[in-house]
Design a protein around this ligand. Sequence first.
Ligand code: F0G
Length: 461
Amino acid sequence: MHALQRCIAPLCLATFDVSEVLTSCPDCGSLLDIDYEWDQLKVPKSLREFEARWTNRRNPLDFSGVWRFRDLLPFARDEDIVTIGEGQTILQQNTAVGNFVGMKPGSLFLQYEGLNPSGSFKDNGMTAASTHARMVGAKMAACASTGNTSASLAIYASTTQVFKVVVFVGSGKIAFGKLSQALDYDAKTLQVLGDFDDALDRVREVAGERGIYLCNSVNPFRLEGQKTIMYRVLEGLNWQVPDWIVVPGGNLGNSSAFGKAFAELKTLGLIDRIPRLAVINAAGANTLYQLYEEKGVRWDGGMSEDGTIDAFFADMDAANRKASTLASAIEINRPVNLKKCLRALDICDGVVRQVTDQEILDAKAQVGAGGFGCEPASAASVAGAKLLRAEGVIAPSDRVVCILTGHQLKDPDATVAYHSGDAALFESKLGSRGVQRATYANEPVVVENNLQRIIAALEKS
Ligand code: F0G
């Protein structure tokens, strides 16, 4: 195996075997990467070589949208790989959403990660984490979640029966579509009386104490799987590099994985340039935005200003400031992958923006009206692209890829409240959270059970 775990802190860089179960560096506490001895490995000379696997769909590893790229995440033997057919997702050029964002026709693309088996991008990472869990013989796996990670881990456990699973969710905020998945897939589900950050703290303690395999994005193997979202974007663009990747930012696992993917592809000579990365926070959960855009914190070769970061979190605690957004998937105070995300922003000449819940829900309605739809957090990418276009940071003819991280059916409550036209419902679900209007409401029409009245109603619209 020419893979190892390596601490990302430049003054440490300690390495560990892939057989070790770690979620931080035992020497200095920093995050870990999976690193490869590329010169010892057989890597395709061109990304196009991966197309040969399209014709071999009977092999589950070639069918998987993650593992058909296994040469670029070579930490497991083929026989160890746990796959449920994840990554059958598409990149769709979308003119209607492009118009909304302010792009020239043909320039805006949506990467629909909601098409994964559990309905979100998490499956890209969970197949990799599950594979590592099998490699190390884990009997029990766990995660904390705002809903999608738990749905994903639960489906891997139920479908493959490789390990048992316990999921920790914060109480109150989790969207029912997601909670229903964990329950239906028979995962032991603990609703911790606290928010996501509390649930993550607790699951890390419990996992450490009980030797349970942790599947949050502090698990470096998980992020290896998430790199493949970018490989599929390139595949969808006939292996051309777009100008922009726009992604919602929560715990910052995706953005971290994307930066690593592009850095590796460049090092391997498989791409000639790196796209720019835009990470979009919800305004109610904007830690990254504040640190990066307002306080100017940068990766700085791994020597980023820890004092500023620590002071920011100390202030947050002192003021008892808690993240609050209708995009519950990204309602996170302390993103665990902050440092890796700073590195990704450095690699990709990135920017960070924040968008309001109003902007998120309006963008979501436009994605739905012009495409497959998405959950609220996912629409932050489209709202963010619109903002960057209005600022002139994104040019109308740039090729822009917005990542739609989760399926529309994950959180139907927000969608119905937005479109319903029922003022009380709108007020209780959305108005109370600061949303003023349903700019693109598509109200259901109540009509009598009568042919003439139905025809009259049709003629009205
Ligand atoms: N979009 C969706 C739909 C998500 O579920 C998440 C994260 C994100 C975006 C943010 O991605 O953490 O890589 O920056 N959901 C996690 C969960 C936290 O528990 O399901 P990130």
